[in-house]
Design a protein around this ligand. Structure first.
Ligand code: NAD
Ligand code: MG
Length: 296
């Protein structure tokens, strides 16, 4: 393993030490200190997704927001799904997408609600005039110190949002996405290197990695490519809203080989690549974006 850096900067991004902070779940991007970098200023598109239409769950903030902005700059129309309490974040992201000259549609709702999640893909396809890309990105992560304190309600909620909704959305997507389209699931370093305070979350991410492979085999028969992205520690609202113990935030991501947390802007290019025609022979794969950590 490379020696850990003491530099404040590696690979062009600053090493951040966020102050201890807490927000109620799901957390708002607008209330984070410091702000996350979603590539509002930096991402330059090259028409890689021109004319494509994408549904992104959790597209209001964090990794989903960066993916939405990158997709729009690459020419894709975007449907954003998010929790109604996150509308202010979603509206800020939508402004950036509209500036890129693409169509933006909003689908606020709770993925635990079966009526909402069972119709989401169809509604998004109707609004955008079809659907080429589904990004399963919404996620729930609540840190709990011990299994004795972890409630069945939390386990159920985490599985509902992270993996059960992914089954429902992917099932619906296989009906509407045409040949050449793509499904991208968001797994995590936690699928391969689970933290003991994230037992339920890590188990869902293991399930997502496994699900992506069987989904990929089925979807390939229709000419649809399913793949996954496995982020490491990325500075998003998930972390200060009980995703990590508050006292762990100042050191968040400092244990990676680059010695720092990643920013959402550093994850979105992997989604762009997997969604683009340039990845036409990539199926059932996982791109690891984690600043260097032990991984399969
Ligand atoms: P985030 O808080 O910005 O995004 C998570 C989104 O999930 C929220 O914005 C919300 O819209 C959505 N969500 C949560 N519960 C929902 C529900 N009941 N119904 C509908 N939507 C709901 O945080 P993020 O870190 O960008 O998370 C995006 C994905 O990345 C998640 O799947 C997460 O597990 C994964 N991930 C994050 C990290 C990291 O370090 N931040 C690392 C690995 C994987
Ligand atoms: Mg959010």
């Amino acid at each position: 393993m490379p020696e850990q850096s003491t530099d404040s900067q590696r690979a062009g991004k600053e090493r951040i030490s966020p102050p201890e902070q807490h927000q109620p779940e799901p957390g708002l991007d607008s209330k984070m200190t410091p702000k996350a970098d979603h590539c509002e200023r930096s991402y330059q598109g090259h028409d890689r997704l021109k004319g494509k239409r994408a549904l992104i769950t959790g597209g209001d903030s964090g990794i989903g927001a960066a993916v939405a902005i990158a997709f729009a700059r690459e020419g894709a129309d975007v449907a954003l799904a998010y929790l109604p309490v996150e509308a202010s974040d979603a509206l800020s992201v939508a402004e950036v997408l509209e500036d890129a000259g693409v169509e933006v549609e909003h689908f606020p709702g709770d993925l635990r609600d079966r009526t909402y999640r069972d119709s989401l893909v169809e509604q998004a396809a109707k609004a955008l005039g079809g659907l080429d890309i589904l990004v399963n990105n919404a996620g729930k992560q609540i840190s709990v110190d011990s299994l004795e304190e972890l409630s069945d309600d939390q386990v159920e909620a985490t599985f509902d949002v992270n993996i059960f909704a992914m089954f429902a959305l992917s099932r619906a997507a296989l009906k509407v996405i045409p040949e050449g389209g793509s499904i991208i699931n968001t797994t995590s370093i936690q699928a391969f290197d689970p933290s003991d305070n994230l037992m339920d979350y890590a188990a869902t991410k293991g399930a997502i990695s496994n699900f992506t492979k069987s989904l990929a085999a089925q979807a390939a028969k229709k000419g649809i490519r399913a793949n996954a992205v496995a982020p490491g520690p990325i500075w998003t609202p998930l972390q200060p809203s009980d995703g990590q113990p508050v006292e762990a935030l100042p050191e968040f991501g400092h244990d990676t080989w680059l010695g720092r947390a990643g920013q959402p802007v550093e994850v979105s290019p992997a989604y762009v690549f997997l969604a683009s025609d340039e990845a036409s022979y990539i199926v059932g794969s996982t791109i690891h974006v984690n600043g260097g950590k032990n991984q399969p």
